[in-house]
Unconditional design. Structure first.
Length: 168
C-alpha cells in the first residue's frame, strides 16, 4: 500500500511555501512521493535537502500531463475537496489500495471530480489543503505514518522540556 500526492495547479511565485508544506506533510505522514503538475526547482531542491538531512526516500517529481498521470495511476485516486464525502465514511473503502491524493492549489478544473475515484472532504468548511492532507493520510495509514523511522543524519529525541537533536 503506497501513497503519492499530486499537487495540481502549483503557481511557483505564489504557492511555493504551501506546496513545500504539502511535501513535508506528505513525507511525515507516510506518502512516498509528491508529483507536481508544474515544475518548481525551488520546491524540489528544498525537499531534496530535507530528505538528505532527515532521512527517508521521499522525492518530488513533475509530470507534463496530469490527466494522463491520473488515468494511468494503478490504485484509488482521491481528490481532497470540501465538497466531497466525509473522510470517516469513505476511508474504509480506500484503505488497503495504493492511493494518489490530489491536492489543488488554484481552483481545480471541474473534470477532476469525474477523474477521481473518490472526492473526499475533511469537514465541509473552508480550510487548509495542508491540514486536509495530514488528516487524510493519518486516517489512511491508521496513525502508522507518524511512527515511521526515517534513519537520517538528524533525528529528534522526544522531550517534554528540551530540543534534543541527534546527529548520525
Amino acid at each position: 500500500m503506497t501513497a503519492a500526492v499530486l499537487r495540481l495547479g502549483h503557481r511557483p511565485f505564489r504557492d511555493r511555501r504551501i506546496t513545500t508544506h504539502i511535501a513535508l506533510v506528505a513525507r511525515a505522514f507516510g506518502a512516498d512521493k509528491m508529483v507536481m503538475s508544474v515544475k518548481d526547482e525551488g520546491v524540489e531542491k528544498s525537499v531534496e535537502k530535507l530528505v538528505k538531512r532527515w532521512g527517508g526516500d521521499f522525492f518530488v517529481d513533475t509530470v507534463e500531463d496530469w490527466k494522463a498521470y491520473i488515468k494511468d495511476f494503478k490504485g484509488s485516486v482521491v481528490h481532497m475537496t470540501m465538497y466531497g464525502m466525509p473522510v470517516d465514511e469513505m476511508i474504509g473503502k480506500i484503505r488497503g489500495d495504493n492511493v494518489l491524493v490530489v491536492v489543488g492549489s488554484k481552483k481545480v478544473p471541474g473534470e477532476i471530480f469525474d477523474l477521481a475515484d473518490y472526492n473526499i472532504s475533511i469537514g465541509n468548511q473552508p480550510h487548509s489543503e495542508v491540514s486536509a492532507l495530514a488528516i487524510f493520510l493519518d486516517r489512511f495509514f491508521m496513525g502508522k505514518g507518524l511512527r515511521k523511522r526515517f534513519k537520517g543524519k538528524l533525528s529528534i529525541r522526544p522531550s517534554n522540556r528540551s530540543k534534543i537533536i541527534k546527529s548520525g
